[in-house]
Design a binder for this molecule. Structure first.
Ligand SMILES: Cc1ncc(COP(=O)(O)O)c(C=O)c1O
Length: 275
């Protein structure tokens, strides 16, 4: 998805391949920020990443490893504070390129043209697609692709309850609705929302190691959502539920998700941003 954002900017002339000293700015310590840092390193662009001061050390280190510059935003304002600061800085510096994953159509398009077709090719019998909602790019892109080909497939979004933190995911009830959600008529595209609490996402993240999967916390949430989806299906009905595991577990080790008391992990996640 990060590569798609950069390639779209190169196609529309906002970025010029090979021109030195081009600056990009993005507020993200998540996979998009880290992947953008990698793409920018390969393309010789300079990436400034706006990060709350309480981001986990793994993420800060990874961004630095790929040569990104880090601009601190107040920890207490969380990810929304980082988004606000990036918006302000990009307005003050109009020559900087702000790809803004929450509003960029290249984000859902990447999932429409890659993730969706991969899922349908591998699981043509799919009846439900359940995925976490962060920017909503995955759900909008995969959802639109599947609905065009299989109008009966149900699209379910996994969200934390308002005010609770599940890294990588957001509640639309917290006041910020990503523009790509609105642009893709998300309210109609989604059949249902399923609420997954931070504790459930940690429990499922841990449980997934029992089948050999070492994955991030939003993947535990997605799995918890898929299990809730399965519970709504009558015994005599056959269904094939696909969910999406967005990340492996390495960047989340300092959460203690696999080793510590679940209550401690939930508490810790309130003060440190792992995504
Ligand atoms: C680990 C993880 N989980 C969930 C998401 C949410 O996906 P989306 O932004 O497509 O809604 C992301 C997005 O980058 C992610 O990296």
């Amino acid at each position: 998805m990060a590569l798609s954002l950069v390639e779209a900017a190169e196609r529309d002339g906002r970025l010029i391949v090979g021109k030195p000293d081009q600056i990009l700015i993005e507020p993200s310590s998540g996979n998009t920020g880290i992947a953008l840092a990698l793409v920018c390193r390969l393309r010789d662009y300079h990436l400034k990443v706006v990060l709350p001061t309480n981001v986990s050390p793994e993420r800060r280190q990874l961004l630095l490893a790929f040569g990104a510059e880090i601009i601190d935003s107040p920890g207490a304002e969380g990810s929304n504070g980082a988004v606000r600061l990036a918006q302000r800085l990009s307005e003050e510096n109009p020559e900087w390129v702000f790809l803004y994953q929450y509003a960029n159509p290249a984000n859902p398009l990447a999932h429409y043209s890659t993730t969706g077709p991969e899922i349908l090719a591998d699981v043509p019998e799919i009846t439900h697609f359940v995925a976490g909602l962060g920017t909503s790019g995955t759900l909008m892109g995969v959802g639109r692709f599947l609905k065009e080909r299989r109008p009966d497939v149900q699209i379910w979004a996994v969200e934390p309850p308002s005010g609770e933190i599940v890294d990588g995911l957001r509640s639309l009830d917290d006041g910020y609705v990503p523009p790509i959600f609105t642009d893709n008529d998300g309210e109609h595209l989604l059949n249902r929302k399923v609420i997954v609490r931070a504790r459930e996402s940690i429990e499922w993240t841990r449980k997934l190691t029992e089948v050999g999967l070492f994955v991030g916390l939003s993947s535990g949430a997605a799995m918890a959502g898929a299990v809730k989806c399965a519970a709504t299906i009558d015994d005599e009905v056959s269904a094939t539920i696909v969910t999406l595991i967005a990340d492996d577990g390495w960047k989340y080790l300092s959460t203690g998700a696999w080793s510590d008391d679940v209550d401690d992990v939930v508490e810790r996640a309130k003060s440190i941003i792992y995504f």
